[in-house]
Each structure stands twice: as C-alpha cells, then as structure tokens.
Write a new protein. Structure first.
Length: 128
C-alpha cells in the first residue's frame, strides 16, 4: 500500500525477494496533475502496472466493497508506505501477520506531509 515514488523502491525490493509473493498493490485513484489537470496515476500504480501486478485503487479503502476484495486476496501481510488513507480496523485485521507501516522519518519527530524535507532542512544526520 503506497502512492508516491518513495514506495516504488520498496515494492521492487519486496517483489524481488524470492520468499515474497505480492498478491496486489493498493494505491490512490488517479488524480488531476499538471498544468492541464489531466488525470494521471500515482508513481506506485505506474510501477505496479509495469511489473504486471494487480492494482487496487479504491476511493475509500474502508468501504465494504474494498474490504471484501482485500479479504478475497488473503494477504499474509500489508506493507504500507505513504498510502494516503487511514486504515480502519476492518482493513487492518485482514492480513494474517498484520500490517507493517514504514515511515520516511524517525517518528514522532517529523510527522506530516514532508518528513524527509524537514529532516534535511533541520540538518539531521539520521532519518527513517
């Protein structure tokens, strides 16, 4: 589960691990981008399509329909990085091993929309 470019490297790493079977990628729906506001997929969706993976991009991951699709996939684990929606209990309880949330900063110091940028701006030597 992710959206921005930072999640692409994680997806490639997980998919490249012989002991991992990626059953799908969950991301945000296409959004208007650029000067003309043309609809465009986020970075992780483009990478997942390139890798031939199943892509789910629900407007609401917590909807009964989304929960049913996730249950049908029977994931052992979610790996979440900058997904962009709050996951409620119905979604979080699906994977056998639970969710693993990866964050780009050492929480809670740099929470919010720009954790990497603020770590750099503040001269941090170590980050998430």
């Amino acid at each position: 589960m992710g959206s921005p470019a930072i999640a692409c490297k994680l997806l490639e790493t997980v998919r490249g691990n012989a002991s991992c079977d990626v059953v799908g990628v969950v991301t945000q729906p296409d959004r208007p981008k650029g000067r003309n506001l043309n609809m465009a997929p986020c970075d992780i969706k483009k990478k997942a399509v390139e890798l031939g993976l199943l892509v789910l991009d629900p407007a609401n991951i917590n909807s009964p329909e989304s929960v049913a699709v996730l249950q049908d996939l029977k994931p052992d684990l979610y790996v979440v990085l900058a997904y962009g929606q709050i996951l409620k209990k119905a979604v979080l309880s699906i994977p056998r091993l639970g969710p693993l949330n990866i964050h780009a900063s050492l929480l809670p110091k740099y929470r919010g929309a720009a954790p990497i940028q603020w770590a750099i701006a503040n001269g941090e030597k170590v980050t998430g």
